[in-house]
Design a protein around this ligand. Structure first.
Ligand SMILES: [Zn+2]
Length: 317
């Protein structure tokens, strides 16, 4: 059970979390039309040596910004950059080229960021020799629809990505046995910063949904990030690729966990409504793959001051 408290400004939401960690219904579900409109722009928080920045901006335009299409590699408009950088048959209906979540550890210059371009660069273009079962199955089931090029090389129409964020400044990942302490994350803490940034979304020609978004919440004791790719191909399958990252202030590492879950819809004996809500369906999907990694910083981040880290006991636990 989650209680939602709207704060000022309105896009900053404080969540009092009892059970789930950022698994709030409709936060990244189908019903985005009913979500309050968040102002576009930049939001920033500096805490314990970290600079946390989230940016939300406009959708990718459908043509080049310039009168003569960009040719200069250093000064491309977003449209031309995406066309040049992505080897895809087409790009999702909605791409947010300037949306970004970035975390910079200022003393070291190490950091991690999340962008649509990098997420889409991990979508199979069909040029690699990888079998894309779902995309093929879906394409076959739409054989009556002429707009789908059935002769084209297999391209992943589902835009499935196992993107886990882009490391920069020297930050590297190594495999680890450390897991995120979810119990610790269930404690009631002040939310100092919250952001939910959509990277891209596609309706699969009205045959489902593919959405990739990243959320962060920063507490006095650390930050938690959930990057989620959610796919539902109607009557075919549901797939969720989650990357969770957790850093406790005063330590020298970020724990990163990736989990790929998937099920055919015929194997999920659940009401159809559940299939539109990744938070509800997530735990019902079998895990297909998982990795556990540590992102190591050259030095520990600053410890939070004691007066802001007082944990209020959760009355429900
Ligand atoms: Zn251009």
């Amino acid at each position: 059970m989650i209680t939602r408290v709207h704060n000022t400004p309105s896009w900053v939401r404080v969540w009092i979390v009892n059970h789930n960690i950022m698994s709030v219904p409709n936060q990244i579900g189908e019903d985005s039309s009913s979500q309050p409109q968040k102002p576009s722009g930049l939001n920033e928080l500096k805490i314990c040596g970290w600079k946390v920045t989230s940016c939300e901006s406009h959708i990718l335009k459908s043509k080049c910004d310039h009168e003569v299409e960009c040719v200069d590699g250093s000064n491309l408009c977003s449209f031309c950059l995406y066309n040049q950088q992505l080897d895809l048959h087409h790009i999702p209906d909605m791409v947010f080229p300037d949306n970004k979540l970035s975390l910079l550890h200022e003393p070291s210059g190490f950091g991690i960021e999340f962008t649509a371009l990098s997420a889409l660069q991990m979508v199979d273009s069909g040029k690699r020799d990888v079998k894309i079962a779902c995309a093929e199955e879906w394409k076959a089931s739409r054989s009556d629809q002429p707009h789908i090029d059935h002769e084209a090389k297999p391209f992943d129409w589902t835009f499935t990505t196992d993107y886990k964020g882009t490391l920069f400044g020297g930050l590297e990942a190594e495999s680890s046995h450390l897991h995120i302490d979810m119990e610790k994350l269930k404690r009631r803490e002040q939310i100092m910063f919250y952001s939910d940034v959509t990277l891209f979304e596609d309706e699969l020609h009205d045959n489902g949904t593919a959405i990739c978004s990243v959320k962060i919440r920063v507490m006095p004791t650390g930050f938690f990030i959930l990057l989620r790719f959610f796919l539902r191909v109607d009557n075919v399958l549901v797939r969720i690729n989650d990357t969770r990252l957790y850093h406790e202030f005063g330590t020298a590492h970020i724990i990163r966990e990736f989990t790929g879950r998937e099920s055919k819809i015929e194997d999920l004996r659940v009401p159809t409504a559940l299939l539109t809500d990744p938070n509800e369906i997530n735990s019902l999907l079998p895990i297909k793959s998982s990795t556990f990694e540590l992102l190591k910083l050259p030095s520990a981040s600053s410890k939070p001051s004691p007066e802001v880290t007082t944990i209020v006991p959760n009355p429900g636990s």
